[in-house]
Write a protein that binds this ligand. Structure first.
Ligand code: NDP
Ligand code: GDR
Length: 357
């Protein structure tokens, strides 16, 4: 009998962590996730897949820890003995990273280093190989150097978050080259879903649309509408993470759709979906501007396509529709497009907390 593969995920309670857990459970892994102790529940996105650990069929296990706490990370690694680690944990909000730069760098940059060091020692002591995935970001490209951006495009990070991700990227490369650790960087462009945090611009917009339709909100305050992003569907992107760790050799990959759209275009399509004109609702608030902006992101995913066989399955228009639809449904509303949209229905994680960022 072959032994079930064991994976450890940091950031399991986030958007990507929840989709990746579902994917790994479908593939018969035993999944271990690191969660932070908080005064309110933070496991909404994974509650639907959680089984009481006393149940003999349980394959998802949670451990308290934090990327800023290296001792605990080491202890969890020793206890779990995973064959794959997915490092998704991060203070992941770019705007917030300007307010909280030191913490962002501690969790994102130093957190990655702590994990890599733990893997190095564990491997030296036990001889067991652990494959490592680092959640890199298109934000590392920052100020436009080349269009579209690919694996060889130079980095020009424009926020504390992006600087920390660049550090984590190069440490991952260095641990691969120095110690032979199977460590991969995914350079993922923006990916969204109904589980997206409510303070990122796409979800902030789709959630506001539902609330406007429900007469619970009159205005939506946003910052820069001119920046352009390459937006894909998160469920597709976690497939690419898994594929990277199944290859013969560790490498780095851009994961993107190859299309870019401005925030204005997102507003056109999303408000248009419910026959509203966004200009009637959207107001400018300078507090949502960043001290330095990333104007244009568009990725070239040809390496991922060629080597991993990975391709996005959801178009931009479908992504916008499925997000608006999910937020409408969360408020008990449906649109005239509902029957088709149910094909993309996301299994019910929709939080309705009020986000101001
Ligand atoms: P989320 O913000 O939804 O989730 C972040 C996760 O990290 C949460 O589980 C959060 O826990 C956890 N976390 C935060 N701080 C710490 C810490 N100090 N120690 C341990 N865990 C922590 O992010 P996404 O799921 O969207 O993104 C996953 C990863 O991919 C992140 O590293 C992000 O930077 C990166 N990325 C995301 C992209 C995107 O478009 N979504 C694109 C490129 C990269 P809690 O729930 O308790 O807050
Ligand atoms: P981003 O995503 O910074 O690309 O980082 P976000 O959705 O926060 O911003 C995208 C663009 O929208 C503009 N914008 C606003 N953004 C927010 N959050 N709130 C607003 O009110 C608003 N108004 C305009 C922003 O200025 C920006 O240009 C995301 C995160 O998931 C990162 O962790 C990840 O690494 C990158 O994507 C790839």
């Amino acid at each position: 009998m072959t032994q079930r593969k064991r994976a450890l995920i940091t950031g399991i309670t986030g958007q990507d962590g929840s989709y990746l857990s579902e994917l790994l459970l479908e593939k018969d892994y035993e999944v271990h996730g690191i969660i932070r102790r908080t005064s309110t529940f933070n496991t909404d996105r994974i509650d639907h897949i959680y089984v009481d650990p006393h149940n003999e069929n349980a394959r998802l296990f949670l451990h308290y820890g934090d990327l800023t706490d290296g001792v605990t990370m080491r202890r969890i690694l020793e206890e779990v003995k995973p064959v794959e680690i997915y490092n998704l944990g991060a203070q992941s909000h770019v705007r917030v990273s300007f307010d909280s730069p030191e913490y962002t760098v501690d969790s994102v940059a130093m957190g990655t280093l702590r994990l890599l060091e733990a893997i190095r020692d564990y491997r030296n002591r036990t001889g067991i190989d652990v494959r490592f995935y680092q959640a890199g970001s298109s934000e590392m490209f920052g100020k436009v150097q080349e269009v579209p951006q690919k694996e060889t495009t130079s980095f020009y990070p424009r926020s504390p978050y992006a600087c920390a991700k660049v550090y984590a990227h190069w440490q991952t490369v260095n641990y691969r080259e120095s110690y032979g650790i199977f460590a991969c960087n995914g350079i993922l462009f923006n990916h969204e879903s109904p589980r997206r945090g409510e303070t990122f611009v796409t979800r902030k917009i789709t959630r506001a649309i539902a609330r406007i339709v429900a007469d619970q909100q009159q205005k939506l305050y946003l910052g820069n509408l001119d920046s352009k992003r390459d937006w894909g569907y998160a469920k597709d992107y976690v497939q690419a993470m898994w594929l990277m760790l199944q290859q013969e050799e560790a490498d780095d990959y851009v994961v993107a759709t190859g299309e870019t759209h401005s925030i204005r275009e997102f507003l056109d399509i999303s408000f248009g979906y419910v026959n509203l004109n966004w200009q009637d609702y959207v107001e400018f608030d300078p507090r949502y501007l960043r001290p330095a902006e990333v104007d244009l992101l568009i990725g070239d995913p040809s390496k991922a396509k060629q080597k991993l066989g990975w391709e996005p399955s959801v178009t931009f228009e479908e992504l916008v529709a499925l997000m608006v639809e999910a937020d409408l449904r969360a408020l008990g509303l449906t649109s005239q497009h509902s029957p088709e949209a149910s094909d993309w229905q996301d299994n019910a994680y929709i939080r309705q907390s009020v986000g101001s960022i």
